[in-house]
Design a protein around this ligand. Structure first.
Ligand code: 5GP
Length: 211
């Protein structure tokens, strides 16, 4: 079989209000798809139970975060619910150049910043909850967050949802299986975009020369 045509990686950016199932969908996509890896953000928020440093986030204090920010280490950063969150530049640039895709779980501010900094590499998807009740229930189930945090996140949800129409794709998460399939379809199509296929020109030249 012929080797696949070389391509530049893409940045698949998922946003949603907390509790809409984005984290589950992101891990599903990584299980189902080869060649896509998660961008692990830096954050100053407290580690939740079950979270692992270096896997879910790089947990850092405010001093470390601001010094990284000041030396330009972040592709984008934002304050969400009083905590700092940021995406480091270097691992993303390396992955894209090597034809690997990177998955991002960032809020609307992060999506907007990434779109501005790398418009040709970024594909954005907004995940909507199927209903307000569903969202509230999922936030309450996340027992490790205190009630006042759940309440703030519900309010935050409405602010986040306002930005739905800035995204390339919108998936209403009625069913995890269906939403996971939708994400795989988006990824499959976006991987085939002509502009990303850096090896296409040489391939076509070879094809034409042989005709
Ligand atoms: P959580 O604290 O629940 O893990 O995340 C809170 C919010 O911060 C989520 O909307 C998540 O998408 C967003 N977030 C996580 N990492 C980053 C990042 O690196 N940059 C930005 N802008 N938002 C992030």
């Amino acid at each position: 079989m012929q080797a696949p045509i070389a391509r530049r990686g893409l940045m698949l950016v998922l946003s949603s209000p907390s509790g809409a199932g984005k984290t589950t969908l992101a891990s599903r996509l990584r299980e189902d798809e080869k060649g896509i890896e998660m961008s692990v953000s830096h954050t100053t928020r407290e580690r939740r139970k079950g979270e692992k440093d270096g896997r879910d986030y790089h947990f850092v204090d405010k001093g470390a975060f601001t010094s990284m920010r000041d030396r330009g280490a972040f592709l984008e950063w934002a304050v969400v619910f009083d905590n700092y969150y940021g995406t480091t530049r270097e691992p993303v640039e390396r992955a894209l150049a090597q034809g690997r895709d990177v998955l991002f779980d960032v809020d609307w501010q992060g999506a907007a910043a990434l779109r501005t900094s790398a418009p040709r590499d970024v594909v954005t998807v907004f995940i909507l909850p199927p209903s307000a009740e569903d969202l509230e229930q999922r936030l309450n189930v996340r027992a490790e967050d205190p009630p006042e945090v759940v309440l703030r996140r519900m309010r935050g949800a409405s602010n986040e949802i306002q930005h739905w129409d800035e995204y390339d794709y919108v998936v209403v998460n009625h069913d995890v299986e269906q939403s996971a399939a939708a994400l795989r379809a988006i990824l499959a199509a976006e991987r085939l975009r002509r502009e990303r296929l850096t090896g296409l020109k040489g391939f076509v030249q070879g094809l034409l020369a042989a005709l």
